[in-house]
Design a binder for this molecule. Structure first.
Ligand SMILES: NC(=O)c1ccc[n+]([C@@H]2O[C@H](COP(=O)([O-])OP(=O)(O)OC[C@H]3O[C@@H](n4cnc5c(N)ncnc54)[C@H](OP(=O)(O)O)[C@@H]3O)[C@@H](O)[C@H]2O)c1
Length: 332
């Protein structure tokens, strides 16, 4: 068994950050209960931030990003797992300050891993990844009060990883889904293929006037963007409606009014995939493997190797990508 493996590594030198594929030794990995041979990972916005030295995500370099990993346990120091178990690791510190799934091996505490549901192949688990898990958590919260006959449900940041999977799940569950995107000119057809009812350009949804409330439009909203988009959808959510918020690509500040809350009784749910308790984590993965698994899971998903990651990261940072990229390690 080889003691070396390949990893996509970020190095800091005099304040600038470079990315390259390097050979590493297994004994350089951090301590942990499980040594996992990673077969698949996926690219998330947080990984892109880690790649450019965002200290809110990764404090110390050199570092291997990759907040998602799916693979096979090679060594276990705990009775909860055995060599050969197929596991999914998302959230906690993976890929942030602990070497992540952009390496062919990871070593992590046992609490971070869940055994994959029997009817979910490892590759499919990474088609979901943290983006899909976050999408499912968002849908889970929306479903607490919005049923499928309540009216249109809006998903923002339409072509993003979280949004495409949230849309697919909602369509599967019979909801009337509208997505908004900044790329309606080129991505409308691809988004319609998800089974949504309408694709709206961002400017048709985002408010620029700053009024406290606007005409009711949405029974519920899954917002993946934050900033002014979040402020805008709070003003247009219908009576007793629900908004979930998980992201900050459109800004981490928003200005709001109390009126949508006290006059329309709307609810704003925060969504956090990182510290999500294990019981709910397993419930969500089981839903994703079964009744919530979209028919068209692999649409708007591409599989890449380590060599293509650099370009994919650049596109994500420019906001010019669409859908999700799955990383397949070849272990050659
Ligand atoms: N809370 C959690 O646990 C958790 C977990 C995973 C992700 N997240 C966060 O959720 C967000 C979405 O993640 P993701 O993986 O789906 O990211 P992503 O693939 O980069 O998608 C984000 C989408 O937002 C839209 N967008 C980008 N810049 C924008 C801007 N300035 N204004 C308005 N819209 C903009 C783009 O879609 P269009 O061009 O189609 O509009 C983009 O595709 C990120 O902020 C991420 O950090 C949070």
């Amino acid at each position: 068994m080889s003691e070396t493996f390949r990893a996509f590594r970020i190095v800091e030198e005099e304040g600038s950050f470079t990315r390259s594929i390097v050979q590493r030794e297994k004994n350089e990995l951090p301590k942990g209960d499980l040594l996992i041979k990673v077969l698949f990972s996926s690219l998330n916005y947080k990984d892109a931030l880690s790649c450019i030295g965002n200290k809110g995500v990764t404090r110390n370099y050199p570092h291997t990003p990759g907040i998602d990993a799916a693979g096979i346990v090679e060594e276990s120091q705990t009775e909860q797992f055995s060599a050969g178990d197929e596991v999914i690791v998302t959230g906690y510190d993976l890929g942030m300050n602990t070497d992540g799934g952009f390496g062919e091996y990871i070593r992590v505490p046992a609490e971070w891993a869940v055994k994959k549901p029997p009817n979910l192949p490892l590759e499919e688990s990474m088609m979901f990844g943290t983006a899909g898990f976050t999408a499912a958590l968002s849908v889970y919260k929306l479903l607490l009060s919005v049923n499928k006959d309540a009216g249109e449900v809006l998903v923002t940041g339409g072509t993003g990883g979280v949004a495409t999977i949230a849309s697919k799940i909602l369509v599967k569950l019979g909801y009337n889904v509208v997505v908004t995107t900044g790329k309606a000119d080129v991505q409308k057809d691809a988004l319609m293929q998800l089974g949504v009812q309408k694709v709206l350009p961002r400017e048709e949804v985002e408010d620029t006037e700053g009024k406290p409330m606007l005409k009711s439009r949405w029974a519920g909203v899954i917002d993946t963007v934050g900033g002014n988009m979040l402020a805008s959808v709070l003003k247009t959510t219908a009576y007793n409606g629900v908004v979930t918020t998980c992201g900050n690509v459109g800004g981490d500040k928003f200005q709001s009014y109390v009126y949508p809350f006290i006059l329309r009784g709307i609810t704003l749910y925060g969504v956090d995939s990182v510290q999500c308790p294990r019981e709910l984590r397993s419930e969500i993965w089981n839903l994703l493997s079964d009744s919530w698994k979209p028919e068209n899971l692999d649409s708007m998903i591409k599989t890449i190797g380590l060599e293509a990651l650099d370009q994919e990261v650049s596109e994500m940072l420019q906001g010019s990508h669409s859908g999700r990229a799955i990383l397949k390690h070849d272990h050659s």
